[in-house]
Structures are given as C-alpha cells and as structure tokens.
Design a protein around this ligand. Sequence first.
Ligand SMILES: [Zn+2]
Length: 270
Amino acid sequence: MPELPEVETTKRGIEPYVKDQIIKKILVRNNKLRIPLNKKLIKKIINVDIAEIKRRAKYIIFDFVNGYSVVIHLGMTGNLRVSKKIKYLKHDHIIFNLSSGNILIYNDVRRFGLIQIYKTAESFFLLDNNGPDPFEEEANPDYLFNRIKNSTASIKSILLNHKIISGIGNIYASEILFATNISPTRIGKDVSYDECKKILKESKKILSKAIKAGGTTLNDYFNAESKPGYFKIQLKVYGRDGEKCKSCETKISKITQNNRSTYFCKESQN
Ligand SMILES: [Zn+2]
C-alpha cells in the first residue's frame, strides 16, 4: 500500500510535468474506483491553469486557478505515471491529456483509489476528517499531547488513526515507536508531553529518509513501462521478529494490534 513517502515521491515525480500545464481532456476508461470520478465537474477544470500541486496526508491535490481542485488517493495499488505516447497498460483507468502533449495516467489494479473534483474553498468530505500529517505545522507536541492525554487506545493504534495524525502507515508506526523507545502497547494517556515531542521528531526523520530513498526512482515516472519502485529503507524492527534488536540484542517480538502486525523490542521499548 502506498504510504506517505511513496505518495510524496509520486507527487514530486509528476510535478514537473503537470505544473503550469492545462488539462485538455480527461478520458475515463473505467470509473469503478472506490468513489467514481464525478464526471459532471470535469468541464470545470478543462483548459484551466493548474496553480499548484501539493500533498496532504496521503492525498495528492491539484489546485486550479479558478478555485477548483482535483484530489487523488492511490488506495492500495494506485499509481500515476507520465507518458509521451498513448500506449495503455492493463488497469489504466483515468487519462489526463496535458497541453504539453504528455499524458498523465492513473493505473490501479485493485481500484481502491479515487480521483475527485471539488470546489477548493468548500469543505470537502475526504479531507475534512484528516488530522495533520507530521510535516504540517499543526502537528506540534501541544496538539498531539492534548489529543491523546485522555485516550485508552494503544499508542500504536493512535499513530495509525488518521483522524488524530495522518500519513503514518503500519510499517512506519513500528519504526517510530522503536526510535522513541515507547512500547506499542502503552495507552495514550500514559504518553508524556516530551514523548509526544519525540514521536513527532522521529516521525519526520523516518518519513524524510524514506522520501529521500524514493528520490532515486523519480526518472521512472516518465517511462510508461516502469512502475514506481518500492522503498528500501533500513527497517529496524518491522518484519524482523525473532532477529536481534539493533540496540540490545533481545529478540524482536511480533504482536497483533487491531488486526495489524506490530514489531517491537520488549527490552528497549516500555
Ligand atoms: Zn532492544
């Protein structure tokens, strides 16, 4: 599943080809996405300059100069690629023809992703329920501490709760908790202000590393044959159950929390 670093890398990859462009035409080849594209609004964004491309949590957003936006979520298997020629692959669902002559293609095998057009200034249901991601100013220690100080949910499930903080996926939640020496089973109200500060600091550090690692695959976005590469960052606990902890040599444990695997060191994290 694309996590925040993959989404940020996708955004950076397509940005040079989409910024300052005009969408001349949108072709919907298969609209059976998680939420079908609201085709009635397509005419609002055709032949209108794109002002900015940005990312919020795991959404990529194109803002148009006329006050409309397009939001894209990659779901489980979605990806975007830019191509010079029209040569469709299986699962290419939505095609944007750009004024440069390039085409931007949304491909999604499992179709859990979505593309929606909305009026920028209006409240938009997909984005309203999202808390800030760790890179947003709003995600400061005061915010996080106040949101969790009465919570009896585990800190692991809090990190995955996008209403509180968005963009932290399952792999990174384990890694962040290891880096902060906090046990994933500890409940929100037992996490101190200083630990909230550490969590945010490590979240940014770990996600930035993954974004950087993804930077090397950027050229692939201009190649119709290739797909975004998967991220290889050095994982310290995730997927390492039974192996030695990198700081104390205790064997890494694996538990299940809310149906998701969690990896941690019983000795280093408490
Ligand atoms: Zn350890």
